[in-house]
Design a protein around this ligand. Structure first.
Ligand SMILES: CC(C)(COP(=O)(O)OP(=O)(O)OC[C@H]1O[C@@H](n2cnc3c(N)ncnc32)[C@H](O)[C@@H]1OP(=O)(O)O)[C@@H](O)C(=O)NCCC(=O)NCCS
Length: 356
């Protein structure tokens, strides 16, 4: 087995892209075999785009190969403007080559690169089925989310000195017909004080709102529960919002932001990502209401309005998925009232070096 470190070429080049295609295909197979659908599959192009702004995040890639064929892949993401004390690792091995030390070899190479970059903490996310009743499970310190203690990803992480820092609950919703979604949005509107004004945009954030939007993105990084993960506040400004939006466009994704104004300032938002190549699915990313404006129904107002707008904009969209910290009872309660049901879990594992 040969472990190779790959530098990202300045422009897309076939050899490097085939590594991204291998990574995408292997992760696609992982989620397909766990959940029997393609809703969590992401393309090779989105992997390329994730490394397109090295001012914000640098990617280091490693491959394992045997007889000239790829058998494993690892990527290390290194945040550049904030959270420069950690790296995020993702490793996947071709199922025919598991339990032969390939994952460990890629992990060792990745940890060496993390150390070289001065990162003392490494995070890794796993995909997990909802544990069946009676299964032996691991639980994070906060929240009621659990992952099966015996799954191969969890066993691998624990074996390598990682602790479970947080469990995310991934939920799915089958969207109602447009008229029903509009009615739910109207009801939520009627239940919200008239001092709050709903705004929505498809694509780039309007220039007059971009500074406020950057502030909300920072609040998202401090206010959303992060379990035992040692996250630091993220540094968002208008330039970084534009870089993010450019990445979304390059990946072929559209964003639909639903937000709330109060006295002319943004105080809440939810962001829906939609891929026209997969029109049946919406992916609801961040949702935040700033502290002083909680308890006025803004979460429900924005989510109902975003679902109605998504359906209007893309009638073929039948499902929405979303992920939340399992200790975030307020967001999960809103989601349950909207009809979201848990469909998967994701474990956030953390190793602070010296763990093995
Ligand atoms: C997790 C994964 C990367 C492990 O790769 P691998 O090449 O099989 O790992 P290794 O052979 O180096 O295994 C190292 C140790 O992990 C544990 N382990 C790995 N797979 C296991 C399994 N199916 N059951 C029990 N223990 C397992 C064992 O302790 C193993 O040591 P051992 O073989 O000496 O008992 C691989 O199963 C995979 O690609 N899974 C899907 C993607 C994923 O979940 N990645 C991890 C999150 S980023």
């Amino acid at each position: 087995m040969i472990i190779t470190r790959h530098e990202r070429p300045p422009t897309m080049e076939a050899g490097y892209f085939s590594l991204l295609e291998f990574d995408a295909a292997q992760w696609g197979a992982v989620t397909r075999s766990l959940f029997h659908h393609d809703d969590f599959v992401e393309s090779a192009l989105s992997r390329w785009v994730a490394g397109a702004h090295p001012d914000y995040s640098v990617q280091r890639r490693f491959s394992a190969s045997e007889n000239g064929r790829l058998i494993g892949s690892a990527v290390l993401d290194l945040p550049q403007v904030d959270n420069t004390h950690w790296a995020q690792l993702s490793i996947v091995i071709d199922p025919a080559h598991r339990r032969r030390g390939v994952g460990t070899a890629l992990l060792d190479a990745s940890f060496a690169a993390a150390r070289e970059a001065g990162r003392g903490t490494v995070h890794a996310w796993t995909w997990e089925e909802l544990p069946p009743a009676g299964a032996r499970t691991l639980r994070a310190a906060e929240g009621d989310g659990r992952v099966s203690a015996g799954s191969e990803s969890v066993t691998f992480m624990v074996r390598h000195g990682f602790n479970l820092a947080q469990v995310h609950t991934i939920s799915g919703l089958t969207l109602a017909a447009e008229a029903e979604l509009e009615a739910a949005a109207d009801d939520a509107r009627a239940a919200t004080p008239s001092t709050y004004e709903l705004v929505q945009w498809h694509g780039p954030t309007p220039a007059e709102l971009i500074d406020d939007y950057a502030a909300l993105r920072i609040a998202m990084s401090t206010d959303a529960p992060s379990g035992e993960a040692d996250y630091q506040p993220e540094a968002f400004d208008a330039a970084r919002i534009r870089a993010d939006e450019q990445s979304q466009r390059m990946a072929g994704h559209e964003q639909l932001v639903t937000a709330v104004l109060h006295d002319g300032r943004l105080v809440a938002f939810t962001c829906m990502i939609h891929d026209p190549a997969r029109p049946e699915l919406g992916d609801q990313w961040d949702t935040l209401v700033v502290r002083e404006h909680r308890g006025h129904g803004l979460g429900m107002l924005m989510k109902t309005a975003s679902h109605a707008a998504l359906r209007r904009h893309s009638p073929a969209t039948a499902r929405v998925i979303t992920g939340n910290a399992s200790e975030n009872q307020w967001m999960l309660a809103i989601n349950r009232r909207l009809g979201f049901r848990p469909i998967a879990a994701s474990g956030l594992f953390q190793r602070v070096d010296g763990g093995r």
